[in-house]
Design a protein. Structure first.
Lengths: 383, 184
């Protein structure tokens, strides 16, 4: 059976500044990020023949191609379901390259805070399925939706607020070492965390990610071509998507085991064709729109037994410097920037290259996941 | 005793803004017709009898399209909940902080319905209720909201039953990492 294993690599990464507010529109930001990624790869825009996006990207492939002056596109894909699709764009790029459907594929995310926030704008009094079962009752925001799952996890497994805090504190400590992170010069302590206001109990302010403007892009080519590029390639060793058969968006309360999130499905598929296991992973970027998502991810992807993600984070468990599993080493969505997890992919690449501000010494196997509680995706990158 | 049916208010008076209404599609209309009559209905496959929620055109077990609605008692237990604080849509901000619960119904704990936790206030209106606990017994109340009647949950008993021992929640001890070439 053929797989994508090690047949494609990320050879260029690029990004704009990350900020609460940037002036250019999303298309211009996308162009900036993509040009930076192509420059990093040493490849001309005219060679790009594939584009992958996700999460209802506001700039479509035609618009980006025309703005950048790419070649004709022979592969293009869009992954649905919002923030779970980031890693899938790289997976699709790797698949396209493995099948010779395209030679130079760019995947990107560009977003501004003013982008659609349905919970805030309501968009009229009536709601489509499935939101009609939850929104009118007052479960309005993703934070409310995830809060329900978090409390259940606490009930079933004894997870505590301190465990959620560990996720936030680790991300912030890494951001404090990353000059490009939004929270670079803002420290976070446990006391501040515990004293902060509730958003949706048990989630407080610091359990929620940032709201950011920015764009991030990667360039994917074949393993053969990667050898000629200027940076250390990050080979796509394994990839998977995951959508549980009983899933219901972020309000996944109607399945047999609601707190077994989509990470569990993606995790099962991810390791199936990999030469490595979770124990071999040196560094992980785990989607963190909310701190509990990191706990769900640690369990779903097999980094720790079900129910033990809380204790896994104790005693610096997520620190780049000697932690059990260095996690979100550029600051993550919690403290670097929130761009639906695409900045987790670029940090995953940096760890392979050895260029992270919080570099895990000797890192070779680099894991990245995308949005949990929604249909999701994940990557294993390697040196 | 028939369920309480009233409008939702804040402790300071009626809600000023407009609260969200559900959109009724062809598949879901039956549920809202039920609540309008003061009944809590769950979709039932008429071929194999299994219940399902949310309602869908096909039975995932037997694939029949024959479906109907089964009245349920309105009693259940809280599976989990959130306590929402602002920032929220304006009308909901007036009610905040409030608890929204996912409730397993008595007839089948795999069937879970979401509703605000409410308490019956002085003028028989519904008010945001106290913060509950997982496992608490609830019964349905019906909230009149514009053209719709929505299910909400009233705590039955202030005393939460002891957390169920091993048998009620089956938690696997580890996921299985498949080996190369293993079947899914």
């Amino acid at each position: 059976m053929s797989t994508i294993k090690d047949r494609a690599a990320i050879v260029g990464i690029g990004q704009t500044a990350f900020s609460k507010s940037l002036e250019p529109d999303e298309t211009e930001l996308a162009c900036q990020a993509v040009l930076a990624a192509l420059e990093d790869a040493g490849i001309e825009p005219a060679e790009v023949d594939g584009l992958c996006s996700y999460g209802q990207e506001t700039t479509d492939e035609a618009e980006l191609a025309a703005a950048l002056g790419t070649g004709d596109l022979t592969f293009f894909s869009q992954v649905g379901f919002g923030g779970g699709g980031g890693c899938a764009t790289v997976a699709h790029a790797a698949m396209a390259i493995s099948c010779s459907a395209a030679d130079v594929v760019v995947a990107w995310r560009s977003r501004k805070r003013g982008s659609a926030r349905p919970w805030a704008s309501a968009g009229g009094p009536q709601l489509p399925i499935p939101a009609e079962w939850t929104r009118p009752a007052g479960l309005l925001r993703p934070s409310d939706e995830v809060a329900v799952l978090t409390r259940r996890h606490m009930f079933e497994h004894g997870t505590r607020r301190e465990h959620l805090a560990n996720v936030a504190l680790a991300a912030r400590a890494h951001a404090n070492r990353n000059p490009l992170a939004v929270m670079f010069d803002r420290e976070l302590t446990l006391d501040t965390y515990l004293a902060s206001r509730w958003i949706s109990e048990p989630l407080c302010l610091f359990d929620n990610c940032l709201e950011s403007d920015g764009a991030v892009a990667v360039v994917v080519v074949s393993a053969e071509r990667a050898r000629d590029c200027r940076q250390v390639p990050a080979y796509v060793h394994a990839a998977a998507q995951g959508l549980p058969r009983q899933h219901q968006a972020m309000v996944n309360y109607f399945a047999d085991e609601p707190i077994r999130t989509p990470s569990t499905v993606a995790g099962h598929a991810l390791w199936r064709h990999a030469d490595v296991t979770p124990a071999d992973v040196d560094v992980a970027q785990i989607y963190d729109a909310f701190t509990p998502m990191v706990l769900f991810g640690l369990e779903g992807y097999g980094f720790c037994p079900i129910g033990e993600s809380g204790p896994f984070t104790e005693d610096g468990g997520l620190s780049f410097d000697g932690g059990r599993l260095p996690t979100n080493t550029a600051g993550g969505s919690l403290s670097e920037a929130y761009l639906h997890g695409f900045n987790l992919i670029t940090e995953g690449v940096r760890q392979v290259r050895g260029t992270s501000h919080s570099q895990v010494e000797g890192a070779e196997i680099s894991f990245v996941s995308s949005g949990d509680c929604v249909p999701t995706s994940a990557l294993v990158l390697r040196r | 005793m028939s369920p309480v049916r009233s409008t939702l208010s804040t402790s300071a008076g009626p809600v000023d803004g407009s609260l969200l209404q559900p959109l009724r599609g062809p598949e879901t209309a039956g549920f809202w017709e039920g609540t309008a009559r003061g009944e809590l209905l769950v979709q039932r496959c008429e071929a194999c009898g299994s219940l399902r929620f949310p309602p869908r055109p096909l039975c995932p077990s037997c694939h029949s399209t024959r479906r109907g609605w089964q009245p349920v008692s309105g009693r259940g237990r809280i599976w989990s909940f959130a306590v929402a604080h602002p920032p929220l849509l304006p009308a909901f901000s007036e009610l905040a902080p409030y608890s929204v619960a996912v409730v397993e119904i008595e007839e089948d704990p795999a069937i879970r319905l979401v509703g605000m936790v409410v308490v019956v206030g002085a003028n028989a209106t519904l008010l945001p209720g106290p913060v509950p606990e997982i496992g608490a017994a609830v019964e349905v109340a019906f909230e009149e909201r514009g053209d719709t009647v929505l299910p909400a949950w009233v705590l039955v008993d202030p005393h939460v039953p002891p957390r169920p021992g091993g048998g009620d929640i089956t938690i696997p001890t580890a996921i299985t990492i498949p080996t190369e070439g293993a079947d899914r």
